[in-house]
Design a protein around this ligand. Structure first.
Ligand code: HEM
Length: 134
């Protein structure tokens, strides 16, 4: 029968000589392997106390590594005890600088001013009589 560990159980083993990893729902005791790990022992310690599946997969470990790891498996993790991952999405907030706001205002004001000037010129230079039909 497979032993079921809680996240809390696995979390306690996070140092040299006592190092457990949680990878893909399984718990691995790599205490004795850490010194021989080709990626060094520090990366293994850094992956303790959490679900290390992503860390492990990001490296793109070889088929040989996957086979090797089976001998370190000591049980399964009770997935209900794993901390819930929050999908943090950051919505960028666009803060307009005063100069940006001035440019936006000018984009409206310049055409409006030209239009107003054109109407004023037309109004002032028009002979009211020419407007009436003959
Ligand atoms: C039971 C768990 C693990 C086993 C058995 C294992 C085994 C191995 C093996 C055999 C290699 C040599 C390259 C290969 O064959 O893929 C390797 C490389 C490496 N591993 Fe792991 N590993 C484990 C967990 C981890 C974890 C959790 C990390 C965290 C990031 C990690 C990081 C690395 C790194 C950085 C390398 C070096 C890659 C390179 O030089 O290109 N390993 N590992």
């Amino acid at each position: 029968m497979t032993t079921l560990f809680t996240f809390e159980d696995a979390q306690r083993h996070k140092e040299k000589g006592d190092c457990w990893l949680i990878i893909d729902g399984k718990v691995y005791d790599v205490s004795k392997f850490a010194d021989e790990h080709p990626g060094g022992d520090q990366v293994l310690f850094a992956s303790t106390g959490k679900d290390a599946t992503e860390d492990f997969e990001d490296i793109g470990h070889s088929a040989g590594a996957l086979e090797l790891m089976t001998q370190f498996a000591i049980g399964d993790i009770d997935v209900t005890t794993l901390p819930v991952k929050h999908d943090v999405r950051v919505t960028p907030v666009v803060v307009k600088s005063p100069s940006d706001m001035l440019i936006t205002a000018l984009q409206f004001l310049i055409p409006l001013t030209i239009l107003a000037l054109a109407l004023a010129v037309r109004f002032l230079t028009n002979d009211p009589k020419s407007m009436t039909p003959s």
